[in-house]
Design a protein around this ligand. Structure first.
Ligand code: ADP
Ligand code: TYD
Length: 206
C-alpha cells in the first residue's frame, strides 16, 4: 500500500492532539509503520524556530516566513524521508494552518501564502486532512482547562472565528482531501468516524 501523508487541523482546543496518537495506534494495529510529528516543529531546527514563532513578538510577515522556514526543514528531514521509506506520516498541523492563522487570522493574502507553499512543497500535499471544527468559545473553554496560552492562544475570539472560517472555506474548496469532523461530538463518536475513514483509506488501492 502506498504510504499516506495525513494531517490534523483545527483551531486551538478543537481536539487534534487528542486524536493523532489514537489514529497512529489504529494504523499500527493494521501493521502499518507510522511516524507522528507536528508543525511548527517536528525536526530539531524546526522545534527551535517553533519556540520563536510561539513566544516572540514579531511582524506578521516574519512569522509567516519563519513558519515556512521551519516547514522546509521538517519536510526535508522527517516527512519526505519517512514517506520514501514507505512509512505513513501523521502530522499535527500543516500548511492549512498557515492559510487559516496567517491568512484568516492575521489577514495575509492567500496568494502570498500560495507562493511560499509552492516554493516549499509544491509537489507534496497531504493525502487526507482531518479538520476538527468547533465554535471558538467552546475551544477556548476546552484549552483553558489544560494549558497556559502561547502567542496565538492569547488572541481574542474574533481571531479564532476568522481562523475557523478560513478552515471551513478550504474544506469546502477541497472536499476530497478534507474530512470535516464536528468537534462537539463525543470522543467515542469521533473515533468511530475516524475508524471508518481509516478503513476506507486502507482499502483504496491507488
Ligand atoms: P488541540 O490539539 O486541537 O488544541 P486537544 O486535543 O488538546 O486540542 O483538546 C483540548 C481539550 O479538549 C483536551 O482537554 C481534550 O481532552 C478535550 N477534548 C478533546 N476532544 C474532545 C471531545 N470530543 N469532547 C470533549 N472534550 C474533548
Ligand atoms: P499547536 O502545536 O497546535 O499548539 P499546542 O501545542 O498549544 O496544541 O500549534 C501551535 C500554534 O501555531 C497554534 O496556535 C497555531 C499556530 N500555527 C500557525 O499560526 N501557523 C501555522 O502554519 C502552524 C503550523 C501553526
Amino acid at each position: 500500500m502506498r504510504p499516506r501523508f495525513i494531517t490534523f487541523e483545527g483551531i486551538d482546543g478543537a481536539g487534534k492532539s487528542t486524536h493523532v496518537p489514537w489514529v497512529a495506534d489504529r494504523l499500527r494495529a493494521r501493521g502499518i509503520d507510522v511516524v507522528t510529528t507536528r508543525e511548527p516543529g517536528g525536526a530539531a531546527l524546526s522545534e527551535r524556530l517553533r519556540e520563536l514563532i510561539l513566544h516572540e513578538k514579531m511582524p506578521f510577515d516574519t512569522e509567516a516566513l519563519l513558519i515556512f522556514a521551519a516547514r522546509l526543514v521538517h519536510l526535508q528531514g522527517v516527512v519526505r524521508p519517512a514517506l520514501a521509506a514507505e512509512r505513513w506520516v501523521l502530522c499535527d498541523r500543516f500548511t492549512d494552518s498557515t492559510y487559516a492563522y496567517q491568512g484568516g487570522g492575521r489577514g495575509m493574502p492567500a496568494e502570498r501564502i500560495a507562493i511560499l507553499e509552492a516554493w516549499t512543497h509544491g509537489n507534496l500535499q497531504p493525502d487526507r486532512t482531518y479538520l476538527f471544527d468547533l465554535p471558538a468559545d467552546e475551544a477556548e473553554r476546552r484549552r483553558g482547562a489544560v494549558r497556559p496560552a502561547d502567542r496565538f492562544e492569547m488572541e481574542d475570539l474574533g481571531f479564532f472565528e476568522r481562523v475557523r472560517a478560513a478552515y471551513l472555506d478550504r474544506c469546502r474548496n477541497d472536499p476530497r482531501r478534507f474530512l470535516l469532523i464536528d468537534g462537539r461530538q463525543s470522543i467515542d463518536d469521533i473515533h468511530a468516524l475516524l475508524d471508518e475513514d481509516i478503513a476506507t483509506i486502507c482499502s483504496t488501492k491507488d
